[in-house]
Design a protein around this ligand. Sequence first.
Ligand SMILES: [Zn+2]
Length: 639
Amino acid sequence: MPDSAQSSVNGPLMQTQPYGVSPVSPPVSAPVAPASVPPPSVVTPAPISPAPVPSPVPQATVSAPAQGSLDQEDLTLLDTLISQNSLTPPQAVELKNRSALEGKSIEEILTNTKMLPEEKIAEAKARVLGVPYISLATTSFSPQAISLLPRAVVERFALVPFFYDERAQTISVAMANPVDLDAIEFVRQKTGMSVRAFAASPTDVQSAINQQYRQALVGEVGAAIKENEEFSGKKRVVDSTQIAQLIKEAPIAKIVSTILEFAVTSRSSDIHIEPQEDHVRVRYRIDGILSDKLSLPKNVQEALVSRIKILSDLKIDEHRTPQDGRFNFKIGNEEVDLRISILPTVNGEKIVMRLLRKSGGIPTMQDLGLNGLALKHLEDSITRPHGIILVTGPTGSGKTTTLYAILSKLNTPKVNIMSLEDPVEYQIAGVNQVQINTAIGLTFASGLRAFLRQDPNIILVGEIRDKETTDLALQAALTGHLVFSTLHTQTASGALPRLLDLGAESFLLASTITAIVGQRIVRKICSTCKETYVPSPQILATIKQILGPLYTSKDEDVRLYRGKGCNECGGTGYKGRVGIYEVLPVSDKIGQIILSHPDSVSIEKQAVLEGMTTMMQDGYLKVLKGVSSIEEVLRVAKE
Ligand SMILES: [Zn+2]
């Protein structure tokens, strides 16, 4: 699900650059903003050595333009901005006048007054100068390029390298001033390579420097790769006995720990290490969406896989069957449990590492996005001494997190809480958490049976998916326990028909189930680059239709929100996640429906009559509040 979601979201589809392959066009990712940049292949990027590049070098007239006369560059910049519809002709005239009056260049005025976004100016300027433009927020950086230039150099010249072409011996550099010939020459001498200059906005360059040189994922991995090449360059053929030696070597260990550290600091839930034909792709799942972050040379693949196998106690010489393992990783005070899955693919063994954080606070129900009547109904039902509370939704909809939030609220020394999970994702002190292990017959059903002999008050069963577990859960609730579980259904109202399908007796359901939660999880708009816009009439009509009586705004006042994409959010426009919820209390009337004609439509209709806000309505309310975007809510609604 999340993979297909990736392409429908406005997130960057970052391109990973294979090493040693010369790209036909420069490695520029698709621009985020619509209608901004022409595809890079349209502008011919000139390789810059030794001939100085971008032709229209600043004229000698640059300094202070004489009163009333603008230099050629300024005029062309104005024309370009008009042709891009960034400025209207009257605005251009006004700018010309101001420029003449204040004796400042057009660019200066535009920048100082913030009349246009900095990226727009940089992009137009690039066109005037005949230099390709690059939007850095959506570019993936090559570790080797970063490792070629130290931070002091990039700071001094306000530039940042992002791509390195080994075969063509060129380095691609984004520059705040792409016609700074001194800088280009310096980089050429320092790296011994031809330089391809790209224009980028000064702010973009600075944040890219901060990010790339601080987060150290790309930088440190790059340095380690270089070290590793020096090491393995001596012996070109490495046999399996040498591999064991090689993987103990610092560089590979360093690459692995840097990859892990980045996962922790970037709030990733999974790391994918995927061998491709000519390179190894490293992707991270951040806020539920996979994103390309790193491209490693093919020659480190085997050592990398072996290193991870050693850490997780797996067979190094087994390359043909899938393997599972785990290990712990500590960064600062945070301890992370990693579950490793290795699967042979045609290009080599693919590794997925799932991060299970041991420490770190469990969010409250409010933190998760529960509020209003939904929160009240849920709180009412969890404070009863017995009954069943179900949480529904597809895989990855945050059901477990909701249950953890509930359990930690109920977790006091006075109650015995027992939970049966697969996997145990967080450890909660004071809760007896048991890991399912089907290999030895510890299933949800057998575990639940054992639980009932352990004098529990509150029981969590990770999932109900068969008759046996259903019956045991009902039994437990009838004998005075508070039971929590999850079900894979689209909506809260779908849970009751599902349990009947699994063979539950309708009168037992009506008397034991107290509340059903339906949920999805959406990404939150990045607060750093959040902006408002006026929705189209069609969108507004949909919002009004879905919200019905919950819609209380005046049409003309409605503004929606979106993230422009910045370095804070990796260019995606989103940072963090929040749930959208519906909480269905099983009232007397709904109990009667279960007994007579238990279809989900009638159940939902009755619940709405009794005041339930549906999941979609909750989503749209969060869109109106600017918590998430309409695209996000529509994306998860399809799940
Ligand atoms: Zn942002």
